[in-house]
Design a protein around this ligand. Structure first.
Ligand code: ADP
Length: 567
């Protein structure tokens, strides 16, 4: 650019100089004509027409030369412009990453840029003049020819993609070919601009596959899945399982809220749904009654996760029908309750003894206090002791009543950290009197420093009472002097706490061993055969297990394993 400006400046200056020279000559002629006096007989006087003519001719010539110079300069500038433009164009074409190729209707290459040569790993001389079809794999010839035909027919650009193999690697190319048409509307050649889109293609392919997978999971999932927009609680999509389960078509569901579809069973549930939407919190295993068409009520367990979908937060709600499970749970709860009552029935002697004993002691102590008060100088120390005993016995009696009440009362499973040894002590206390009555010596061997377990106190106590009562039953045939029952606690690995009830009773026959945990299996005349089945289901509901084995020296041992409380 500097060069152009300098040269232009110089040329302008020389043109200006010539104009000045012509003007000067003309001026000199005129001046001379003016200055010369007629007396001197000047040239002007003598040849005024000649001088004026010459001056005029010089002026005209100068003007012509000037015009020619200006024209030449303009042409030069235009040529420079074209040359620069060409250079710039070539530079742009050569330095860009996109591949540029020109070819004739018979596919002969007339021009390729560096990127094109680099991409195909061939020198320009090898490509230009050759047919580009030759560079394509055979199976793509038909597509390329079809493209040519289309362009000739429509004179429109032809965008297309294809995959080629270079050095054993799959390369995805994106091309836009278009016809280059001259002023008469005839196709001179074709220009093709292409780029390597392998990376984008792989990413798109991965995305497509992932979308396909996810939509497969969504469509094929056995769980009913609905997607609910958080802002207005409307369904955005539902899967076929959802349609089947709720007996509502996708078209009807999309755009409606569960309330509008009549799925929400109660006002309270509707309120909960609103609060849940507003909170934006994810839920796991949330149990909710749902109305189905025809007035059927089902219980659903719902897992809701809030995720952004299509730029707006949506809940993905996965529902599974837990009606049967809930009914079974309720039935199990009722059975657990019934067996607890049965256990209590068996323990009435113990319970009445446990209550009567402190009550009797309270009565005795009260009578003794009365006698003491009748004396002139009652011993205050003795009276204080009597009152302390009364308070202790009262607490003992009310403890027993409390325990009985919890066993009798209907009760939802409540998990809490528990000290197993403490719980075993309570259970043993409840059967102690019965053991005494039946001549059973009950001993306990507790491991110290046991970690806490996590469980429902009432249910675990129920399992222990059941095992203790069964053991006492098994000891019935053993001579009175030899009836032994041992309750142990121990740590089992890092994760478990084990408690066992060992007796030296009749043990289990091979047939009994197979079936003792089956519901309604009993070998007792008055037995219900539910105690062990329920005890095992309670153990499993706690993430533990209950097993039984015969002892080498006779009798049986039942082991209850419970997981350590996880802090
Ligand atoms: P039930 O006590 O009503 O029979 P359970 O389910 O508690 O019901 O027990 C089922 C059966 O398991 C008993 O009938 C008995 O045959 C057997 N059983 C339970 N505990 C023992 C034990 N400690 N020793 C031997 N057999 C036992």
């Amino acid at each position: 650019m500097t060069f152009t400006a300098g040269k232009a400046g110089r040329d302008t200056r020389s043109v200006r100089g010539l104009v000045w020279l012509a003007a000067l000559l003309a001026f000199c002629g005129v001046a001379q004509a003016a200055d010369a006096s007629p007396a001197k007989g000047s040239m002007w006087d003598e040849h005024p027409r000649v001088i004026a003519g010459i001056s005029f001719a010089v002026l005209c010539q100068s003007l012509m030369i000037t015009a020619l110079l200006v024209q030449r300069r303009r042409r030069q500038l235009a040529e420079d412009e074209v040359r620069l433009g060409n250079e710039r164009y070539r530079e742009v074409v050569e330095t860009q990453h996109e591949m540029v190729c020109r070819y004739l209707p018979d596919s002969t290459c007339t021009f390729v840029n560096d990127a094109f040569c680099r991409h195909f790993g061939k020198p320009r001389e090898e490509i230009v003049g050759a047919a580009f079809l030759e560079m394509l794999p055979k199976e793509q010839h038909r597509m390329a020819k079809e493209g040519l035909r289309k362009m000739i027919e429509t004179q429109q650009p032809y965008p297309h993609e294809h995959t080629i193999e270079i050095d054993g690697k799959e390369i995805r190319m994106e091309w836009v070919d278009y016809p280059v048409i001259d002023e008469k509307g005839v196709i001179k050649e074709f220009q093709s601009i292409g780029r390597d889109i392998t990376r984008r293609w792989h990413a798109q392919e991965a995305l497509r596959q992932s979308e396909e997978r996810f939509s497969g999971v969504f469509r094929g999932s056995p769980a009913a899945i609905g997607i609910i927009r958080q802002s207005d609680g409307r369904l955005v999509d539902v899967n076929p399982s959802w349609e089947r389960f709720f007996e509502i078509g996708r078209d009807q569901a999309i755009g409606s809220t569960p309330v509008e579809l009549g799925l929400i069973a109660s006002r309270e549930a509707g309120e909960r749904f609103k609060i849940f939407l507003e909170s934006g919190e994810s839920l796991n295993g949330f149990e909710q009654p749902v109305n189905l068409p025809g007035g059927k009520l089902r219980w659903m367990s719902m897992t809701c996760v809030l995720i952004p979908l299509g730029g707006e937060p949506c809940f993905v709600v996965m529902s599974s029908d837990i009606t049967v499970q809930r009914e079974m749970d309720e039935a199990r709860q009722s059975l657990v309750q019934a067996t607890r009552l049965a256990i209590l029935g068996e323990l009435t002697a113990s319970i009445s003894h446990e209550v009567n004993q402190p009550l009797g002691a309270i009565l005795n102590n009260a009578e003794t206090a009365e006698i003491l008060l009748k004396s002139d100088t009652p011993s205050l120390a003795e009276l204080r002791q009597i009152l302390a005993d009364i308070r202790r016995d009262d607490i003992r009696a009310s403890e027993v009543i409390k325990r009985v009440r919890t066993l009798v009362g209907k009760h939802e499973m409540q998990m809490a950290p528990l000290y197993l040894n403490e719980l075993l002590g309570d259970a043993i206390r409840m059967v102690e009197h019965d053991c005494q009555r039946h001549g059973v010596s009950i001993t306990s061997e507790y491991a110290l420093n046991l970690p806490m377990i996590s469980g429902d106190r009432v249910q675990i106590e129920q399992v222990m009472l059941n095992l203790l009562l069964n053991a006492m039953d098994a000891l019935k045939g053993v001579p009175l002097s030899n009836r032994r029952l041992i309750v142990r606690s121990a740590r089992h690995g890092g994760m478990w706490v084990e408690t066992s009830v060992e007796d030296n009773g009749h043990g289990m026959s091979p047939a009994a061993r197979e079936r003792i945990f089956d519901s309604f299996y009993t070998t007792k005349e008055q037995g219900m055969g539910l105690g062990l089945a329920l005890a095992r289901s309670i153990a499993e509901a706690h993430g533990g297990r209950l097993t039984a084995e015969n002892n080498a020296g006779g009798g049986a041992t039942f082991r209850l394993m419970l997981p350590v409380h996880d802090e």
